[in-house]
Every structure is written in structure tokens, then in C-alpha cells.
Ligand binder design. Structure first.
Ligand code: AMP
Length: 396
């Protein structure tokens, strides 16, 4: 099977052509500068090509993608009929979507209804969907939501303790993000552990970071909230914060709410504390050369992640399995060790030698550790391809 995976942004569109059974990616690329002029960067058959192609809308971008996929030199298929389905990444499914689904008019209307919750991403995701429908009308399209995996959370986890009218009238609650990643590593953890009835904490630690507490394969809690600003500190996002800080800063510095939120999203996190970079590699290198602010940024990040592991273990009533994924989680042995310090009381014991692993599935806990600690590289695209293939096969 060939699944085309589309991640549409407001002026860009990423794509991959993947076999959902093997995970093999035969071609991938990026359309940029849509609405401005248009540039396609395409990688297939072991080489990369860059072409300037006019892209006045997302439709021309999709047309350019299909054209290069069937190109005799740079392409990988003979005809677009060989594309069995398209899987679209959609940011916010609000309270409308509990799972991935085949796109029809009702689904489009429901994604539109979620625009107030994802005002930047959902309109762009819809443009990608509409462009594919226009250019390949008989190919099934599937929407895969960043929020859907977390929709099994109970009300104690998803309700905010603010007046009910905001929940009832405006759907303000915890949703959580990175759901496709949390779903993928949960699925792998269950396969690797050989049983579904595990109490699991997933640490998706990258430029954006989020945690999830999972029981019997179902999400019970997650650290991001109505938006991806909540939870642990991130590259440039503050994470959890006393909301009164916003009022204080707005009043003192004459900032608007949007300006203040922009500061919390783009100028905070480990970048703010380190004063050096939002990139964990830079921060780790500077900390090694004695920069104390960088050391504090790393300690702060590890401390907050560790606190979530503790609170989620309490929420789950125990812990069987701890998973590290995403850029930092998969690659930084020192950050994993820092996070797991003082977690022995929970039964987490890291083996320093096993922990020296990067970017591949491995157990990093000792043989006698009560909790099995895993590194599981995430694969959101494979999850999207698998969900898409499953739905399309079931509909046949
Ligand atoms: P992601 O958002 O998942 O792509 O993760 C990006 C983050 O992972 C960046 O902050 C990188 O610095 C970090 N990262 C990638 N490789 C390493 C590494 N070997 N050690 C520490 N951080 C890393």
C-alpha cells in the first residue's frame, strides 16, 4: 500500500509517501513559500532535488507533489492511482474527534468548528485537505488529530477548576497535543512489554515537550492543555505558570494579552533560563564548559519532568514502564540520567551503560529495576499511515 502523508501549514506543506506495513518511506519533501512564489524540495531514489514552482495556493503545491511523485526520473510511482489514500495531520480535534476518521463533508464541518481552538493550524490543515480533494477527488482522505489520543482522559484530568460556563459554552478544558506520538510509543511499549495492562508514563521531550499517563493503553492525563503552552518547560515555551504572572507583566510593561502570550510561547522555556539557546545540544555543551545558567536550565527541565513522572505515578496508582522519546528523549543520555535521579523510590533504576543509547529502541533500566525504562524513537508519520490504512481497509 502507498499512503501519502500530508502536514499542511499556512505557507508550507510537508509530505511523505510511505508503505504502512513496512514503514518504508519511498519519497518525502516540502513545499514552501505557498502564496508567495513556491519551492519544492523533494527526496527520493537517494537524491534531493529543489525546484521553484509557482504555488499560488495549496492546490498547486499538491499538484506539484503529485507531478514529482510520478516523474520518470525523480518519482517513485507510475501513476497517482498507486496512492491508496491520503493521511492528513490535523492539530485540533476539540471535543469532536476521539479518533482518526475518514474525511467527508461532516468531518470538514467539525474541523472548521474547532478553528477557535486551533486558530493557526486548523485553517492550514483544512487547506491541505481541500487541495487534495480537488486534485485527487476519488482517493480516500483521512484526518489524524494531535489531540485524539488524549480524549480518553477522565473529567478529573481534563476539567479546569474555573466556572463551568467556559467548559459548556466554549469547550475550554485540557486537550493535550503530540497525541500521534504518544499513541505510537504507547503501541510500541505494549508490543515490547508483551502486555496491555501496564501503567505507563511517556516523556515526549523535544523542542516541544509533553508527558502522558497511560493505563491499559488509554491516556489518563497529559501535560499540555487547551494549547501546547502548558506542562513542562520547553525550548522556548514557559510550560506551567501561575496565571497571575500574565496579569502582572501585562500591567507593569503595558503589554497586550497577545504580546504576553507571544513572550511565553517564543521567548521563555530553557532558552530564557539558559540565556544561550533553545536547543538542548547547545545548552548541554555550554553547561559542560561551566555556564551556570545553562546548568540551571537543564536542572529545571529535568526537575519538572521528574515531578510529572511522580505525579502521574500517583495518578495511575503505580508505574510499570517509563518511555523516553523525541529529540531529547531519544538522544540525550545525560538528560535521561538527570531526570531519573532520585526516582529509585518509585522503582526506577537506570543502567549507565545501557543508557548510552541513541535513537533506537532499547531498555535502559537495570535488570532488577521494578520499572522498565525504554527509549522508543517516535514515528508520527508511521502512526498516521497505519491509522489511514486501517480505516481505508475497514471501509472497503
Ligand atoms: P524534536 O523537537 O523532537 O525534533 O527535538 C529537538 C531537540 O532535541 C533539540 O533541542 C535538540 O537539541 C535535541 N537533541 C537532538 N539530539 C540531541 C542530543 N544528541 N543531545 C541532546 N539533545 C539533542
Amino acid at each position: 500500500m502507498n499512503i501519502l502523508i500530508i502536514n499542511a501549514g499556512s505557507s508550507s506543506l510537508k509530505y511523505q509517501l510511505m508503505d504502512p506495513d513496512t514503514g518504508v518511506v519511498s519519497a518525502k519533501g516540502l513545499c514552501e513559500r505557498i502564496y508567495i512564489d513556491g519551492r519544492l524540495t523533494h527526496s527520493a531514489n537517494g537524491k534531493k532535488v529543489v525546484k521553484d514552482i509557482p504555488m499560488p495556493t495549496h492546490s498547486e503545491a499538491i499538484e506539484a507533489v503529485l507531478e514529482i511523485l510520478v516523474d520518470p526520473v525523480d518519482g517513485v510511482i507510475k501513476s497517482t492511482d498507486e496512492i491508496d489514500a491520503v493521511g492528513h495531520r490535523v492539530l485540533h480535534g476539540g471535543m469532536e474527534f476521539f479518533d482518526s476518521c475518514i474525511i467527508n463533508d461532516e468531518v470538514i464541518a467539525a474541523i472548521e468548528k474547532c478553528i477557535p481552538l486551533g486558530p493557526l493550524h486548523n485553517p492550514a490543515n483544512l487547506m491541505g485537505i481541500r487541495a487534495c480533494q480537488a486534485v485527487m477527488p476519488s482517493t480516500p482522505q483521512v484526518a489524524v488529530f494531535d489531540t485524539a489520543f488524549h480524549m480518553t482522559m477522565p473529567p478529573v484530568a481534563y476539567r479546569y477548576a474555573i466556572p463551568t460556563e467556559y467548559y459548556k459554552n466554549d469547550s475550554i478544558r485540557r486537550y493535550g497535543f503530540h497525541g500521534t506520538s504518544h499513541k505510537y510509543v504507547t503501541k510500541r511499549a505494549i508490543e515490547l512489554m508483551g502486555r496491555k495492562d501496564i501503567k505507563l508514563v511517556n516523556c515526549h521531550l523535544g523542542n516541544g515537550s509533553s508527558m502522558s499517563a497511560v493505563k491499559d493503553g488509554k491516556c489518563q492525563d497529559t501535560s499540555m492543555g487547551l494549547t501546547p503552552l502548558a506542562g513542562v518547560p520547553m525550548g522556548t515555551r514557559s510550560g506551567d505558570l501561575d496565571p497571575a504572572v500574565v496579569q502582572f507583566i501585562m500591567n507593569k510593561y503595558g503589554m497586550s494579552a497577545d504580546e504576553c502570550l507571544n513572550m511565553l510561547n517564543k521567548k521563555s522555556g530553557v532558552m530564557a533560563i539558559s540565556g544561550v539557546s533553545s536547543d538542548f545540544r547547545d545548552i548541554e555543551n555550554s553547561a559542560l564548559s561551566g555556564n551556570e545558567d545553562c546548568a540551571l536550565a537543564l536542572d529545571k527541565f529535568a526537575y519538572e519532568v521528574r515531578k510529572y513522572i511522580g505525579s502521574y505515578s500517583a495518578a495511575l496508582g503505580g508505574l510499570d514502564c517509563l518511555v523516553f522519546t523525541a529529540g531529547v528523549g531519544e538522544n540525550s543520555a545525560s538528560m535521561r540520567a538527570r531526570i531519573c535521579q532520585n526516582l529509585e523510590y518509585l522503582g526506577v533504576k537506570i543502567d549507565p551503560e545501557k543508557n548510552e543509547v541513541r535513537g533506537k529502541e532499547a531498555i535502559i533500566s537495570t535488570d532488577d529495576s521494578k520499572v522498565t525504562v525504554w527509549v522508543i524513537p517516535t514515528n508520527e508519520e508511521l502512526m498516521i499511515a497505519q491509522d489511514t490504512a486501517e480505516l481505508v481497509k475497514a471501509a472497503k
